[in-house]
Write a protein that binds this ligand. Sequence first.
Ligand code: GLN
Length: 493
Amino acid sequence: MPDGGYSDLSVRGIEELYRRGGARPSDVVGSCLDAIEAKDGIVGAFVEVFREEALARARELDGEDSRGRPLFGVPVAVKDNICTRLMPTSCGSRILRGYRPPYDATAVSRLRAAGAVIVGKTNMDEFAMGSSTEHSSSHPTRNPWDTDCAPGGSSGGSAAAVAAGMVPLALGSDTGGSIRQPASFCGVTGIKGTWGRVSRYGLVAFASSLDQIGPIAADVDGCARALRAIAGADGIDSTALADPCPALEGGGEAALDGMRIGVPSSIKGIDLDPSVSAALAAAVRHAAEAGSRVAEVDLPDLGLTIACYYVIAAAEASSNLARYDGVRFGMRVGSDTLGEMYARTRSAGFGEEVKRRILLGTFVLSSGYHDQYYGRACEVRERIRDCYRRLFGSIDLLILPTAPGPAFRLGERLDDPVAMYLSDIFTTPASVAGLPAVSIPAGLSADGLPVGLQLIAAGGREDLIVRGASALERAFAFRRRCVPGGSGGGGRS
Ligand code: GLN
């Protein structure tokens, strides 16, 4: 076994290891569990670790045939808003503490069917509302690159677990950027598919018309393998896309040859960290050298897009969260009257950010304001969708930053919700338009923190983002940093 164990291998690395008989699933899963034990005291990526269950499952796999199971013996961490049968699923909320769903989410059952071993649940902003994982009722997660910084959010636990080399693969969820922004902050790769690409059955709803489950891994290949395993129609989610996921293959150096790539002209007015501008310029240069046709394009107003997102997401959240009433799920604060029991339970069970969203959402849906806010946001969303549909008639890929800068410090934006919301300026377009998008690590800031770049394609074209991202990944040759707080390694090689 290598010094650091097997926990920082990629998904492909694990497959190759098994193929040549170098280790068994129980060795790899055991190694990841040891890494979690050694590192998670500092990082805080996990809220639950299923040590015994994971080891027992891995030992079963030791004696089985891997054929036909593309994620055979791959340890996976799952964001805590994705249901795991009879295992805690609390969504980072007090109100669901101790809740054990009676079923697996479709994405989880597909992972299991593909041979993956679920090792635990990862920390997140409560009900996935946030961009820093600080709005968790358990504990904040730290960025493995600098433990004074946030890992991003809301899938910060999943991104930090992969970045710190505790697991090769994790599931996150993305409503307005929650896979891509933490991937960018933690120097790992994350994909949000076309809306409907992955079944939402068993994903605890935040904003149903935007929510998507997706993978976070150390590389594009790991994400593509996982997405392939979890994508596809599902009889218990009628909104899951019926058409099959396109083949997700890297395509080698030639992938960028002849691609039509758009770079938004509008980002010139946005304050970007110099490392983000440099990464974007480097990507454009590389794509052009590799034979892509790169042109500036006009995007629908980014400020309008993010405003539209926050109205629609809050409206849907206020409705989806009405189910936490102290009767059917999770915690209850008793009282003499039913109305007061609801009020007390919800007051004690929800955190500040969730309450803010419920208030906002209820306001934009209330009579007298509905047309002015929610109705208008829905109209704006249709127009934004049309604009992107037209745009992708003339380009194959859109390339833009994932976030304006690297990870911010823990606590820095907690008292300023608008500053926190603005971290999503580049991720909300793909969410509002329902398009597939990937974030790949693309460089380091002056302080040595990773920054990511995002590729977006037309609806249904995950193949294009995977091909483009694999080619750029090779060009950037970014290395993951695995030791939280340590001084060694990391960055571009
Ligand atoms: N940061 C965004 C929000 O708070 C996105 C969250 C998400 O994608 N789940 O709504």
